[in-house]
Ligand binder design. Structure first.
Ligand SMILES: Nc1nc2c(ncn2[C@@H]2O[C@H](COP(=O)(O)OP(=O)(O)OP(=O)(O)O)[C@@H](O)[C@H]2O)c(=O)[nH]1
Ligand SMILES: [Mg+2]
Length: 460
C-alpha cells in the first residue's frame, strides 16, 4: 500500500453508480489550491460552503457545491474539500481527472481514515469502527460501531492501560528501593488492583460473541421431512413468495438463503430440501447432501414437523442423521400447521425421537400464527437484547490482543503473589500494557496498519 503522508489525495467518497449527488473528497496541504484551479464560484470568498461550477479551462463540467474544511479540525486533520457533484459516473470521472491533472493523486483504500489516524484524529480501534459502521447490516450493529467511533471502547482500554502504567511505576519503584515498601504500594493493594484490571478485560472479552453476531449475523437452517412446510415457513418469515410451495413431496431440491433483520441481528434463513427415507431420484439425493451441508454450517436448526400428522420413518431418519452428525448447535422444534387438527404434540416428538430440543414452538406458516414468537426465540438464542443499545464492537484483532493482555495480567498477579520474582512480574505487566497499546494502534507496525487499512474501500 502506498500510504505516503505527503501529497493531496482525491477520491469518490460516496457509492459508485448513479445517484442524485456524489461526494468527491480531497485531503492534503494543497486541496484548497487544487479546488481553486478547477472550481469557479460567485459566492463570497470567506464562505465555507460555495456554489459554483467545475471548469476544465473555459468549459463547464458540472454545477456543484464545494465545502471547505480548514485543518486541523477536519476528518483527516488536513485541509479537506468535499465537492458535491451530480451522481453520474461520467461526471465523477471528469471531476476526479481534473483534480488529478491539477496536482492531486488517487487515494489508496482507506487513506483518508489512515491520515486521520496518523494525525491523531482517531486511534486504531476508532478507525476500524468506521469500517464496521459502514458494513453494519442492522440498526443495532450500526449503533455498536458508532459507540466504538465515539471512543467508548477506546476509553475503556485507555483507562485500564493508564491505571496499569501507574501500577507499573509503583512496581518499578519497589524494585529500585526494596526496603522502602511502606512508601509505595503494599503488595495486597497491587494484587487487588490487578484483580480489577483482569475483571475489566474479561468484561470486554465477553462482548466478542455478540459483536460477531451483530456484525456477521446468524444462520438458521430449516430442516424436516418433505411437505411439512419448510418453504412455506421461509416465505412467511420473509413476507414474500421466495420459494416454490406445492403439495408434492420433494418440491425443494436446492438450498435457498435469504437474510432478514431479526430483532437487530442479521438472520440468514436457509430453506432446505426435505429429507426422506426412500430417496432414490439423483436430484433428491444431491439435495439431501446440500441439506446436510447447510445444517453443518448453521448456528441454529429449526426442525419443522407437521403437527396435523403423526411422525413417520422420514422423521426418524432425520433424528438418526442428527445423532450421527454430532452437531453442537441448538435445535428448535417447530410444530407447523397449527391451523389444522392437531395429531402430534411436543411430548410425542420428545418420547419418540429421544433428542434434546432447545425449545418447542407451534406455528402456522399459512396464517403466520407463532412466527413472532419463533423470531423472539431465535433472537434470544443470539443473546442480543432488543432493548439494550450499549454494545461495543470487539473484532478478532481486539479479541486476540485482549486475550494476550489477560494472560499477562494473570501471570503478573500470580508472580507478584509469590513475592520472589518481582522483576518478572513487572515484565509481564509491561506485556499487558503493550497489548492494550496495540489495540489503540500505539507503536503499531506498518505491516499491521497496511493490512487493516487496505481492507477499507477507496474514498473511506
Ligand atoms: N394448512 C396448512 N398448510 C400448510 C402450512 N404450511 C405449509 N402448508 C402446505 O403444505 C404443503 C407443503 O408445503 P411446502 O412449504 O412446499 O413444504 P416443504 O417442507 O417445503 O416441502 P419440500 O420442499 O417438498 O420438502 C403445501 O401444500 C403448503 O400449502 C400450514 O401452516 N398450514
Ligand atoms: Mg420446500
Amino acid at each position: 500500500m502506498n500510504y505516503l503522508k505527503e501529497g493531496t489525495i482525491a477520491a469518490l467518497s460516496s457509492a459508485v453508480g448513479k445517484s442524485a449527488i456524489a461526494v468527491i473528497r480531497l485531503s492534503g496541504e494543497d486541496s484548497f489550491q487544487i479546488t481553486d484551479k478547477i472550481f469557479k464560484t460567485c459566492s463570497t470568498p470567506n464562505k465555507q460552503v460555495k456554489h459554483g461550477y467545475i471548469m476544465d479551462g473555459a468549459e463547464k463540467k458540472d454545477e456543484v457545491i464545494c465545502t471547505f474544511f480548514k485543518a486541523p479540525n477536519t476528518y483527516t486533520g488536513e485541509n479537506l474539500v468535499e465537492i458535491s457533484v451530480h451522481g453520474n459516473p461520467v461526471i465523477i470521472n471528469e471531476v476526479l481527472n481534473l483534480a488529478y491533472k491539477n496536482g492531486a493523486r488517487p487515494a489508496e483504500p482507506g487513506e483518508f481514515t489512515y491520515r486521520a489516524f496518523l494525525n491523531g484524529k482517531m486511534d486504531l480501534a476508532e478507525a476500524e469502527a468506521v469500517c464496521a459502521l459502514i458494513a453494519s447490516k442492522t440498526e443495532k450493529s450500526a449503533k455498536a460501531a458508532l459507540n466504538n467511533i465515539s471512543g467508548e471502547f477506546s476509553s475503556k482500554i485507555k483507562n485500564i492501560r493508564d491505571a496499569l502504567i501507574n501500577l507499573i511505576a509503583f512496581m518499578e519503584a519497589n524494585l529500585d528501593h526494596p526496603d522502602e515498601d511502606i512508601m509505595f504500594l503494599q503488595r495486597d493493594e497491587k494484587l487487588s488492583r490487578l484483580d480489577s484490571y483482569i475483571k475489566e478485560v474479561q468484561n470486554l472479552l465477553s462482548f466478542y460473541k455478540t459483536s460477531k453476531i451483530l456484525q456477521q449475523g446468524i444462520k438458521a437452517a430449516i430442516i424436516g421431512r418433505p411437505n411439512v412446510g419448510k418453504s412455506s415457513l421461509l416465505n412467511t418469515i420473509l413476507g414474500k413468495n421466495r420459494a416454490i410451495v406445492t403439495d408434492i413431496a420433494g418440491t425443494t431440491t436446492d438450498v435457498i438463503e435469504e437474510t432478514i433483520n431479526c430483532r437487530g441481528i442479521p438472520l440468514t434463513i436457509i430453506d432446505t430440501a426435505g429429507i426422506r427415507q426412500n430417496a432414490k431420484n439423483p436430484i433428491e439425493l444431491l439435495g439431501r447432501e446440500k441439506t446436510k451441508e447447510a445444517a453443518s454450517t448453521a448456528d441454529i436448526l429449526l426442525w419443522l414437523f407437521d403437527s396435523s400428522s403423526k411422525l413417520n420413518q422420514d422423521d426418524i431418519k432425520i433424528a438418526d442423521f442428527l445423532k450421527e452428525s454430532d452437531y453442537n448447535i441448538p435445535v428448535i422444534c417447530v410444530l407447523n400447521k397449527s391451523d389444522l387438527h392437531l395429531k402430534l404434540s411436543s411430548a410425542d416428538i420428545s418420547s419418540l425421537l429421544k433428542l434434546t430440543f432447545s425449545a418447542f414452538l407451534a406455528v402456522s406458516a399459512k396464517t403466520a400464527a407463532g412466527i413472532e414468537e419463533l423470531l423472539n426465540e431465535i433472537g434470544k438464542f443470539a443473546g442480543v437484547s432488543d432493548s439494550k443499545n450499549d454494545y461495543i464492537m470487539i473484532n478478532s484483532r481486539h479479541f486476540t490482543l485482549l486475550q494476550n493482555a489477560l494472560e499477562s495480567l494473570i501471570k503478573t498477579k500470580h508472580i507478584l503473589s509469590m513475592k520472589d520474582a518481582d522483576e518478572i512480574a513487572c515484565f509481564e505487566a509491561v506485556n499487558a500494557q503493550t497489548a492494550l497499546n496495540e489495540i489503540l494502534g500505539i507503536n503499531a507496525r506498518q505491516d499491521i496498519l497496511d493490512a487493516i487499512f487496505s481492507t477499507f474501500c477507496i474514498g473511506k
